[in-house]
Design a protein around this ligand. Structure first.
Ligand SMILES: [Zn+2]
Length: 91
């Protein structure tokens, strides 16, 4: 981002892409990621490939767990006791 003093490091990232009725996740995308603000840059080749994924959704047999934000609390373990929960809220 403009003015950010961070440095870009080559990393492997994941990106979620939304289609009608479907969410797909592309993992292990090579990208240059800022170590301060997290700004992510793709090479032209990577951007082209992701554009193609958006146009021609790839077939896959893989699945990943999906949690909707409004429901994710129910998937989490209950706090050990109320004091623990209060301490977490106070932070
Ligand atoms: Zn930055």
């Amino acid at each position: 981002m403009p003015g950010c003093p961070g440095h870009y490091e080559r990393e492997r990232t994941a990106q979620a892409l939304r289609f009608p009725n479907t969410l797909i996740v592309i993992d292990d995308i090579p990208a240059d990621v800022c170590d301060i603000c997290g700004d992510t840059l793709y090479t032209a080749e990577v951007a082209r490939r992701l554009d193609r994924v958006m146009r021609e959704r790839p077939a896959t047999n893989a699945t990943v767990p999906l949690y909707r934000y409004e429901e994710v609390d129910r998937a989490l373990p209950a706090p050990l006791d109320q004091n623990t929960a209060d301490a977490a809220d106070a932070r």
